[in-house]
Design a protein around this ligand. Structure first.
Ligand SMILES: Cc1ncc(COP(=O)(O)O)c(C=O)c1O
Length: 391
């Protein structure tokens, strides 16, 4: 594993590198936006994929008990959570699971509670299914997001509130919620009969030796109302293989979810997603431990650079993952100014905060899942973007 290696991704039909050109109308900007990393997958995954490729026959494939055992083994080994293998379902992505959950647990016009700012597809999967977004905005205290439990209970107690999407750890800020915070959320949801989708896609990327606490591991009552989403896609940079694991301990909810999968013609993962997921979850530990150290170092490089060179810029130090949520509210840029500064002056593509909801206004999200040399170049460009123009 050589995380310093610069791999040319342009021309590989990459969303991050190739689609950026048409989306942002720029040819020479450095892409540090969408959440995938510029690293090769672990060798154990590449070997499993090669073996599958060499087989040469790509008829229908299906995930089986081996796949479920690989997931259960991983959750037990990495997060100390023991689950029954038959509670695990598979979807071609976590976003798909969010949409299926909306269809399974709510009716048209119902409300789904989210904590904004948050990952943009949370909004889209609710609204595109004809349901209503109910926001419980996060509060900022000492450059850290905190939950507003008083407002949360207000939102959960509405009769139309049927579902909550929890983002744990939180994208865009990388905040991992504590056991105490999660328990309070869980108890409120149990009290008000609200099903929870806990999106834990970033949970394998906990930094600084902090443990991940699966929301559903906190009590049997909480487990019984929870759909937990995991995937090797962020962890091992396999997003393009589209394979996710969804844990639903409650049989009734699992049946409702499975019915929606069937209604949407969904069931089997693709022939490459299955061996990749199994290999990663069975043999990926060592690679992941090295990756996390590399990401910690990249995050440190970014924080040090901002502290030294960008006095008007703040950031939220993440507990997990490779995304840095940067606070540029001091500049009071309009959206047009911000885009112009980043794309034209700095020539760097970052996610603009408003896509996470209006509570994200005045923030930008920088993807540090890349070689340290790219991080440094991105920071140089960020500095250039925010250096007052003499034009
Ligand atoms: C919180 C969160 N959920 C889901 C996803 C995407 O999941 P998938 O690619 O499996 O649909 C992302 C990707 O950035 C994410 O950050």
């Amino acid at each position: 594993m050589n995380f310093d290696e610069q791999i040319i991704r342009k021309g590989s039909k990459s969303v991050k590198w190739d689609m950026a050109e048409s989306l942002f109308l720029t040819k020479d900007a450095l892409p540090m936006w969408v959440a995938d990393m510029d690293f090769k997958a672990p060798q154990v995954v590449l070997d499993a994929l090669k073996e599958r490729l060499d087989h040469g026959v790509f008829g229908y494939a299906y995930q089986d008990q081996d796949t479920q055992q690989a997931v259960a083994g991983w959750l037990n080994r990495r997060h100390g959570w023991t689950i029954q293998t038959d509670t695990i379902l598979f979807t071609p992505g976590v976003v798909t699971a969010l949409s299926l959950a909306v269809q399974a647990f709510t009716a048209t016009g119902d409300e789904v509670v989210i904590q904004s700012p948050v990952y943009a597809p949370f909004y889209q999967m609710i609204e595109k299914n004809g349901r209503k977004v109910s926001t419980n905005p996060l509060k900022i205290e000492n450059d850290r997001y905190m939950m507003d439990f008083h407002d949360l209970e207000k939102k959960l107690s509405r009769p139309q509130a049927k579902l909550m999407f929890l983002c744990h750890p939180h994208n865009p800020s990388g905040r991992a919620w504590s056991s105490e915070e999660l328990k309070r959320v869980g108890e409120l949801c149990v009290k008000h009969g609200v099903t929870v989708v806990s999106d834990e896609i970033h949970s394998d990327l906990m930094l600084y030796g902090k443990p991940h606490v699966p929301f559903a591991s906190l009590s049997d009552d909480i487990a019984s109302i929870t759909v937990t989403c995991f995937a090797p896609s962020k962890t091992f940079n396999l997003a393009g293989l589209q394979a996710s694991a969804i844990v639903i301990p409650d049989e009734e909810r699992r049946t409702l979810f499975t019915n929606e999968m069937q209604r949407n013609g969904m069931g089997h993962l693709n022939a490459f997603g299955i061996p990749a997921m199994e290999a990663a979850y069975r043999h990926g530990d060592e690679w992941l431990d090295s990756l996390v150290l590399y990401l910690e170092s990249n995050i440190q490089i970014a924080m040090d650079y901002i502290d030294e060179h960008l006095p008007n810029v703040r950031y939220m130090k993440p507990d997990a993952s490779y995304l840095l949520w940067i606070d540029i509210r001091d500049f009071q840029f309009t959206e047009a100014e911000l885009k112009r500064n980043l794309l034209k002056r700095g020539k760097v593509i970052l996610e603009l905060g408003h896509v996470y909801g209006h509570e994200g206004d005045g923030f930008i999200r920088m993807n540090l899942g890349c070689p340290a040399s790219t991080v440094k170049e991105g920071l140089r460009r960020l500095h250039q973007a925010f250096t007052p123009s003499t034009e």
